[in-house]
Design a protein around this ligand. Sequence first.
Ligand SMILES: *Cc1c(COP(=O)(O)O)cnc(C)c1O
Length: 406
Amino acid sequence: MHKHHSALGLATARFDSARGIALAMRPVQPVTLIRPHAAARAARFFVEKFPGRSMYAVKANPSPDLLKVLWANGITHYDVASLGEVRLVAATLPEATLCFMHPVKAEEAIAEAYFEHGVRVFSLDSLEELAKIMRATQGATDLTLCVRLRVSSEHSKLSLASKFGVAPDEAKELLFQARQAADALGICFHVGSQAMTPDAYANAMERVRQAIVGAAVTVDVVDVGGGFPSAYPGMEPPALERYFETIHRAFESLPVSYSAELWAEPGRALCAEYSSLIVRVEKRRGDELFINDGAYGALFDAAHIGWRFPVALLREPESTVRDMPFSFYGPTCDDLDHMAGPFLLPADVRAGDYIEIGMLGAYGAALRTGFNGFGATETIVVDDEPMVSLYTDLPEAAVSTNVVKL
Ligand SMILES: *Cc1c(COP(=O)(O)O)cnc(C)c1O
């Protein structure tokens, strides 16, 4: 598994695997593992198989190293939601195309994005935001304006249905007004994160059809947003190709201009496999393990929305004892720092053991804090496979990690 990383040029030691690190280093602090080859493979998959343009939703993981891997593997467009993200991507990937897809923006942020960073694509879900964009860009005539529709989150693990999106009865007027102001008019939506069935997109595309027919406008861009799933314990989604087929079929039957473009904004699906974490068990109390990362570290979703991540005991020789369900406590001093799981591990887990927690590249790594003096982690690049992958059938020759400078 070492083939693709010869040119990475790391200053620090390199290891082949999570197990190798745990056993050789016996780290006192949690260690973040990153797998550029896994993110590269996900990017290639979307670039080659999604029937339109894939832009990366930066909030899922804004690591500059990751941004460079995605860029090197064909992701040229980036969905940014704040001035901080605009500046970060502009500085990291000067040739990238930025799309400002937060429907409620500060006027100053719009102005800086437009005049200093060349941003031309903006989303909106109200007439107030349309007026704001036109003011901030001094009446620009080269804008792509994407009207965000409110759609159902019923098929997704994390709802994005309440906060943003224009309601059906107001979509007509907004689409009509945006059409007057825009060079290109788009419609976008977000079905919620970790959409467990392609039907989520089919249903949302039906809403797009109704909105286009209702407003009788020419639409140049249909952006199906994020929500593409990864695999977690108890959440194994259908193949991503099925999502792509459903979206493609729905797009082909929409009443849009003949040259209309199809876009998507995957976040999670491009980076979930990029990173995992090695933690140490500091104490065991029955079926509860006290570990050295938690709710304020990379395990926010495990604590606050009960997300289950894959786990593996890193011990030599391997335990032969049967698995049992455990819950975790994180290192800080409050009861909230608790991850219910259940996480299945050999029944003889004990203090001093190391555990790898997988699939933390999306959101987990981005949500880490330093609360209570915890949160310092070392980051190490590894060559082994992520604990779960949706992309393993792609030929290795298709992915490139050798332009990454860490
Ligand atoms: C969060 C977000 C995304 C990414 O969503 P995932 O579920 O991670 O794919 C894409 N677009 C917008 C507008 C978002 O807010």
